[in-house]
Design a protein around this ligand. Sequence first.
Ligand code: PLP
Length: 408
Amino acid sequence: MDESDLDIKNIRKDFPILSQEVYGKPLIYLDNAATTQKPIQVIRKIDEVYSTINANIHRGVHHLSQLATEAHEEARKTVQRYIGAAHSREIIFTSGTTGSINLVASSFCRSQCKAGDEIILTAMEHHANIVPWQIQRDIMGVQLKVVPFTEKGEIRLEDIEELISSKTKLLSLTHVSNVLGTVNPVADIIRLAHNYNVPVLIDAAQSVQHEAINVQALDCDFMVFSSHKMYGPTGIGVLYGKETWLDKLPPYQGGGEMIAHVSFEKTTFNELPFKFEAGTPDYVGSTALGEAIRYIENLGLNNIRKREDRLLRYATEKLLQIPGMQIFGTSDKKAPVISFLVGGIHPYDMGMLLDRLGIAVRTGHHCAQPLMDALGIEGTIRASLAFYNTEEEIDALIAGIERVAKMF
Ligand code: PLP
């Protein structure tokens, strides 16, 4: 299948929510970086698991428990295939990107760091890739170093290299900025960090739904992402870690599932991946995430990328024709995320008025206040696109912005 074969009119019918009206206007959903809408196949899968195989997994000998366990472990293999991991035991199910980063920050710093050691982040990180490290800074005394970004919103390799020292223990950065849309050159960055024996965590929350990623080809040490941003259900996400790293890290949370044997004197821990999955896992979520991945694979990630690139170019060109338009993030390599301000109009006012026209955009700091500080602004309006968006919807956004601009 080729991108031009994507029958968007029909594909949109897979997403029941997209045919809704808001304030009597057709919904135009341009907040996909916050969360994507769900195809009926994913919604039905959740229904199917609860209706036909629901039972707690792993410990049950009975029929339903075995079916639910198989569905959960099959989903792990689907994730493994999707990101090209070497083993399914390198796929840990978590509550999401935030849960995954908290796990690594805690387990990594506790076991690999001492006071004065350094973790490198960038100035374009989401709070989820800042605050867990600050918590460890306060507990463990690790230091945080921050790579700046350029006027175009790009990370320069030389700026990373300058910050690496003999005390650097980890580099943790986003693949795609959820504000600027910049696609960071993570392959080059990982190669550079590895030259200094520094492992790298990639926050793929904004990339794994837009482009094919192979963790073995990238050679990243950890990668994290959320199901709900890739057409899957909320409440579940993934931590990929190289087996050698996951073996070295201590468990993050204690409880059922993650143990081999418990006595009051001593507990021994289960093998990977269960060591990091304390408590009843979200086997309904994992199974539905597997369905979301099959949905993406069916459309073809390359086709998705080509279509989203085209929509991004179309929207950027049209937006730039609006007087007073300022787009933040002008890298040549961007995911379909556009942050902007129009004249002196407050983002909140623009967002509220667009909403009355049925257009859902996000406004504010987008959980990236240090990035906003670096830009010297408080917030932006953000339109983030998915393959199911259309040129007509972008035209409606442009008309909406022009209408709001006239009111000010
Ligand atoms: N990292 C990035 C780059 C994000 O865009 C987001 C969410 O917007 C997160 C992390 C946090 O994801 P979640 O809230 O699903 O844990």
